[in-house]
Design a protein around this ligand. Sequence first.
Ligand SMILES: [Zn+2]
Length: 431
Amino acid sequence: MARTLLQGGHVIDPGNAIDRVADVLIVDGKVAQLGPALDPGDAEVIDVTGKVVAPGLIDIHCHLRDPGFPEREDFQSGTRAAARGGFTTLIAMPNTNPVCDHPVVAEYVLAKSKRVGIVNVLPYGAITIGQQGQELAPYVDLVAAGCVAFSDDGQPVMNSGLMRRALIQAKAINKVLAVHCEDKTITGEGVINDGEVSRRLGIKGIPYTSEAVMVARDILLAEETAGQVHICHVGCARSVELIREGKKRGINVSGEVIPHYLNTTEEDMVTMEGRFKIKPPFGSKRDQEALKEGLVDGTIEVIATDHAPYTLAEKQRDFLREAPFGLIGLETALGVVLTEMVHSGLMSLSDAIAKLTCNPARLLGLNKGTLGIGQDADLVVIDPDQEWQVKVSENESRSRNCPQDGRWLKGKAVLTMVGGRIVMQDGKILA
Ligand SMILES: [Zn+2]
C-alpha cells in the first residue's frame, strides 16, 4: 500500500469546517486519516510545517483547446499549467473543434486527458449544437458520456426562447448552464470597456449593458423555469447587483469572478496590448470594487480562471480589430486571489479557498473539493507568504497571453497531489 504523510501543516478544508494544524495520511490515493500527530508508520513523510494544506483547486472554467487548437494548448501543457497553479480538477469548455456537442467528443476529452494529462479533466457539453444558438445539444447523451454541465462559452445564446428551453431541459436532469453573458448587438465593434479610458484613447467601447442585459435575462429565465444558471466571468458592478438581487428572491443563480479582474482595470488598457484584451472587458475601479464586495458577501461563490490560451502571433495581431479576446490564468490565479483578497484583509484564507474548492464542486455536483476521509487525495500545499514575480516565459502553458507578467504576487502552490501522486513540487512537474 502506498502511504504518504503530510506532517505539521495548517489544514484548511472549508467543506468540512477544518482550519487547524493537523497531519494528513494518504493511503492508496485516498485521504485515510486527518488529525494531530499521526503515527507515520512506514509512510513517506513530507514535512509541510508552516504551509497550508488544502483540497486541490477546482477550475470550472478553462479552455484546454483540445481537440482542434494544439498550437495554443493541449491536455498535456494545460494540465501541467494547472498542476503548477495548484489545480487538480479542470472542467474544460466545449468551444473546441469539433465542439463538444456530441458524446464522441466528450469521450475523446475524457480518454485523451486521462492518457496525457496529469490532473483530472472533465468536459462541459455545449448548450447548442456547434454553439450556433439554433438547436439544443443532446443533454442526456452528453451526461451519459461524462459531461458535468453545459455551456456555450464564448458565444451567448441570443435566442431567449431557446435559452428558456435549455434551462428547462437541463433542470430535468439536474444540471447547470454556465452562461457567457453578452449581447453582441450591444458589443458591436467594441474592444475595451466603454468609459473614461475608451473615450480618452478614442477606442470603441463595450457598454456594461452588453453583459448586464443578458445577466438580467438569464436570471429572469431561471426564475420562471426554476432552472440553474451560472454567470461566467462577471465583469461589471451592475451584474453583481443583479445576481445579489436574484439570490435574495431565491432564484437559482450563481456567479464566478476571474482573478485577473481583481488587479486589472480599464486603466491597464492604455498600452493596447493583446495580453489585456478580454471579454467582458476590464472595467472601472468601481466595477473591480463591486466584484470584491460580491466575493466577500457571498453573492459570488466561485473563483474560476477562464484560462484562454492564444498564440503570440494571434495576440500580436491588430489590437483594435483582429487580436482575439481571452487570457491565460491557471498559473497565477491562486497568487492573485491571495494577494488581492486575503493579504489585503478582505477575506479569510478559508473563505478564499472555499471559492476555489468546495463551492465549485457543490455547484456542479462533483464528488471533489474536500479532504474528507475516503475522498480522492487531490490536494495542494500552499506557501501563503511566498512573494514571487510572474514570468510567463517560465509557464507550463503553451501560451503567454497573461496580464500578470512581471507583477509581484504573494502566495503560491508549492506541492500538488492528484489521487495520492505528487505531480508538482516547488514549481517542478514530477509526472
Ligand atoms: Zn466567456
